[in-house]
Ligand binder design. Structure first.
Ligand code: NAP
Length: 227
């Protein structure tokens, strides 16, 4: 069973459709109220900042869990120079991207440990490494995932569980497609491969991690050579 958070849009939706197409038993989550997914039996409403909500979903899925893959795609962004930023907005990014990822992992680990199998894949970003103005909240949340992943990999490696990150560059899907065409062009020119990534690369990396029992506590850069 595969659970993908943030599966109502962007990369999460892409992965949901791909894995479903390969015949996997996939569940997804959405966040916005009145989402088109609210009537879909394969989707749950989830606010990752609410630990109780994370636990409810894992409890509902537990009877179906044998080999459990958790893909933590839910995320948000806030662009502002820190000296002008809203502390509430800044904190919301940390709560969603870092604490929310922890919430999903915390709720999932007991059943994974019991079944002696788990694959957890988190989504980090090249932005955490490059130092881009206005991204202090996002970069902090994404670099925090590296420490979280390393520590949890060590805690759970003896139980057949692996936890890894994908450090994404810029893809022609999701967040980056929502910024202005001018800014997209500025970003694209910095990418050595000269283009935004095809999300198929992300799907291939997720499958590779799922198939590997010995890749653990690490990050795979998928960025077209951009560092
Ligand atoms: N796209 C890229 O090029 C890129 C690059 C680097 C890293 N990433 C990372 O990859 C992941 C997916 O990115 P994306 O571009 O596909 O994102 P996206 O298109 O902005 O989609 C974000 C998803 O997260 C959900 N979400 C937002 N707040 C939530 C909350 N509090 N609780 C639960 N779900 C919430 C949204 O639900 P609703 O639709 O209901 O609002 C949506 O499904 C993110 O972690 C992002 O930081 C993406």
């Amino acid at each position: 069973m595969i659970l993908i958070t943030g599966a109502s849009r962007g990369i999460g939706k892409f992965l949901f459709d791909k894995f479903t197409g390969f015949g996997e038993n996939v569940y997804g989550t959405y966040f916005s109220e009145n989402s088109v997914y609210s009537q879909n039996k394969k989707y749950f409403r989830l606010d990752v900042t609410d630990y109780g909500n994370a636990e409810e979903i894992i409890r509902a899925l537990t009877p179906e869990i044998n080999r459990f893959v958790l893909i933590n795609c839910a995320g948000n962004n806030y662009n502002s120079f820190a000296h002008k930023s809203s502390p509430d907005e800044w904190e919301k990014v940390i709560m969603t991207n870092l604490v929310g990822t922890y919430h999903m992992i915390r709720a999932s680990l007991p059943v994974m440990r019991e079944k002696l199998y788990g694959r957890i894949i988190n989504f980090s970003s090249v932005v955490a490494e490059t130092g881009i103005p206005g991204t202090s909240a996002y970069a902090s949340s994404k670099s925090g995932l590296w420490g979280l992943t390393r520590s949890l990999a060590v805690e759970n490696a003896g139980k057949g569980i692996t936890i890894n990150n994908l450090n994404l560059g810029y893809f022609n899907i999701g967040m980056i497609t929502e910024v202005s065409a001018e800014y997209q062009e500025v970003v694209r020119k910095k990418i050595p491969s000269g283009k935004f990534g095809d999300p198929e690369n992300i799907f291939n990396a997720v499958r590779f991690i799922c198939d590997s029992e010995y890749i653990n506590g690490t990050s795979i850069d998928i960025n077209g050579g951009l560092f």
